[in-house]
Design a protein around this ligand. Sequence first.
Ligand SMILES: Cc1cc2nc3c(=O)[nH]c(=O)nc-3n(C[C@H](O)[C@H](O)[C@H](O)COP(=O)(O)OP(=O)(O)OC[C@H]3O[C@@H](n4cnc5c(N)ncnc54)[C@H](O)[C@@H]3O)c2cc1C
Length: 504
Amino acid sequence: MTTNVTRRAFLSTALVGLTQKAGRRIDGGFVNESHERGHRLRDGADFGGSREARSTSVLIVGGGMAGLCAARHLQKRGFDRFIVLEMEPEAGGNARWGQNEVSAYPWGAHYVPIPGKAAGLVREIFTDLGVYDGTTWDERHLVHAPDERLFIHGRWQEGLEPAVGPTRRDRDQVARFTARIAELRASGRFTIPMAAATDVTRPPAEDSLSMAAWLDREGLDSPWLRWMVDYACRDDYGGMARDVSAWAGVLYFAARDADDSGPLTWPEGNGWIARRLLHRLEPRVRTGEIAYRIEPQGRGWRVLTSRADWTADVVIVAAPMHVASRIVAGAPPVRVTSSPWITANLTLDRWPRERGFPVAWDNVLFDSPALGYVVATHQQLRRHVPRTVWTYYWALAQQPALEARRWLLAQDYATLRDRILDDLSRAHADIRECVSRVDIMRFGHAMVRPTPGLLSDPAWQAAQRGLDRLFFAHSDLSGLPLFEEAQYRGVLAADRTMQMLSGR
Ligand SMILES: Cc1cc2nc3c(=O)[nH]c(=O)nc-3n(C[C@H](O)[C@H](O)[C@H](O)COP(=O)(O)OP(=O)(O)OC[C@H]3O[C@@H](n4cnc5c(N)ncnc54)[C@H](O)[C@@H]3O)c2cc1C
């Protein structure tokens, strides 16, 4: 009996998620949970629904950025015989967003750096969306100052490079690292999209060792520099420098211009882009429809989903590779490591107290396992914003991915919420008195982790080629979880589809 009561009490906190700690009620719960469906997919379950027979020329499976960009590219080329299938109730994938009475806010991706020379497609999409006119970027979409701050030694400082603490030796090493990165940038071997410089059939030497081993080799052991590099790897790849290849680690720094004036950002993060693409693509996007089996049929493909039995001439699989390799008959057995993540949106009824440099767009806590928070109301032009929403980012990078994933699924809402509030309370002692709601999203498989050797994996290389009349298009194919790579993969698959259909 006691067990039941305890369990019921536990469940009510886990699901409804109210806390009275520090006297204030905090609402919230887990949102966008999809691991049960994901596990059923992994276990080969039959999601068969009404079995409505449908056909289309091009079926795009996955409505994340890669799938939406593939669809938009087809549409811009005057081709409209396509359908996008998305398993979630809303499209957008890792660029999904939410909205409450205070602000729109991201659930995942929240910025796009100003594109470098190789990223012509990124300029193209932002021209299409009215953000770039061929020479200048619309300032409303560039991050407003101040963009970054760091909480260290009990107060906030401007920028992410620790101002107090590093010795002369540390600073010399940071300078040496910066110079080495400049050299590698000038070599032109590190680009975004990666395919502009990397031939996947001849992976670069940096793919075979970890970023940590590369730093060792360069004689760079400053703990402050190592913290900054670890932070970068956690931020972009959800892994530590020891778990990420030197190719990806170096690319993070060397593929971007040193004096980038961005990034581009919006209250709802990259959901701003997804929203506009969806507006142009509707009604060709079908949400809440999961594809669970894709097999060859005649000269095309048969795609079984929770709502229909589809036939298509060509299929673009823009679902993550760990899903694609299970549901597509004959798919190469790609085994990528995916990083587990947590994001949380906190609604604040007032701004908490703090010391030091004022609030920025991106706010990082030095000694935290998480990455800090981004302020959704930062881009507002109003001077006084009484209430706000913070998006808290936490890549579970410290443990091996599988262990972290199991830990994540075993946590109840109240435990995670308290971990988040405890972390923030180091910089904002009164955070619990300011927050009225904390919603948490758990991602078991958030993004591909570019582990050493990924580019040399024969299955991953085979996935680049696709199958007969089927192309893979997820950002996993670049080994880099970035908007630019998702867009590139989507556009490439759409171009190859058009070539195939026109018999070229
Ligand atoms: C927390 C977080 C923060 C991030 N921040 C940034 C950032 O600031 N900037 C940046 O550039 N990148 C960021 N990223 C990386 C982000 O993953 C990419 O930018 C990009 O959005 C990936 O798009 P995608 O289409 O390749 O993949 P996904 O977003 O993974 O889309 C795949 C889609 O396929 C759907 N799907 C899967 N299986 C099926 C099925 N069987 N049937 C139908 N549909 C299916 C999924 O539901 C999903 O919508 C972040 C990622 C996360 C997790």
